[in-house]
Design a protein around this ligand. Sequence first.
Ligand code: AMP
Ligand code: FES
Ligand code: ZN
Length: 340
Amino acid sequence: MRCTRCRGQEACLEIRRHNAAYCEDCFLGFFRDQVTRAIEHDKMFRRDEPVLVAVSGGKDSLALWDVLLEMGYDTAGFYIGLSIPGYSEPSREKCEVFAEARGARLITVDLEEEYGLGIADTAQRTARAPCSACGLSKRYLFNKVAMDNGYRVIATGHNLDDEAATLFGNVLRWQTGYLGRQAPVLPEEEGLVKKVKPLYRLAERETAAYAVLRGIDYIVDECPMSRGAKSLLYKDLLNQLEAASPGSKQSFLLGFLDKARPLFHEQEEVELHPCERCGQPTTTPICAFCRLRDEVSRPRRPRGGRRRGGRSGPRESAAAAASGGPPPAGLVIPLTSVES
Ligand code: AMP
Ligand code: FES
Ligand code: ZN
């Protein structure tokens, strides 16, 4: 099949939802166009605005950092060491090699070393699902490290598949608070930096294709702790739908953002104030991250004891539903979504 854009070269990737098939060069052009469209249409950041890119070592976030560097944006990477055996070390290495090859700045924070919160250990000590402690810690550090280093925007590598799966999970449970906050851009607020997702118009196989074509060395394995997460089931279901009806995922997500999200948007206003301990914004006197640190430093509970219960507000319940365990009240940063 010939490339539907240049009509000269042989196509290497078919994109059925766009009725298109691209050769290598045209695919890379298409990828950049989609990122540019997201950045400009959604007013994510300006050309002269420094952006902190959260990188996990996986294809999406490294593809994002690569495309932003290629397009000449002023970026630094930010990697969080999570202390997940067999996964964290190789992921860190991928980020470091990537940054070094491009002469780009990479900020690294080790959750265990700096906060005593390695994820595998924290999950054990608190009987909390790993993804819940992990999601909470990432959100906290994204904001804190961006602020501490003078970045007013943080970008993550969430793609169309991630966002559609999150939306699916939130709709299944009618998590109206989350639905109101699920967006490719969460604006800057008092104490909170702007959060953006420039890959939200691109499917997972497209970010993988981009990473391969650009020669990016990324960690292929998924996090071993996310096995069995609901988001993977939702992705699978949406892929089945997409195979039978190309474009379903995109119209589900983009249709929601365009037509439905505004209806939820004004429903839930939460008041944030600084955590009494660390100063990061929270809805409770002590933020969830500081309380997680307290929880981890307490003596271990005997085996077979009750899982941590208590009341959880609407901001917490979707994450809990997805990860299988209840995260604490007073999450630091307004959530947009079910965490994977
Ligand atoms: P995930 O929640 O693992 O699907 O990751 C979503 C996004 O969060 C990725 O695309 C990255 O931008 C960011 N991210 C995930 N893990 C890390 C990490 N260890 N350090 C920094 N950013 C991360
Ligand atoms: Fe957070 Fe796997 S990356 S638990
Ligand atoms: Zn705090």
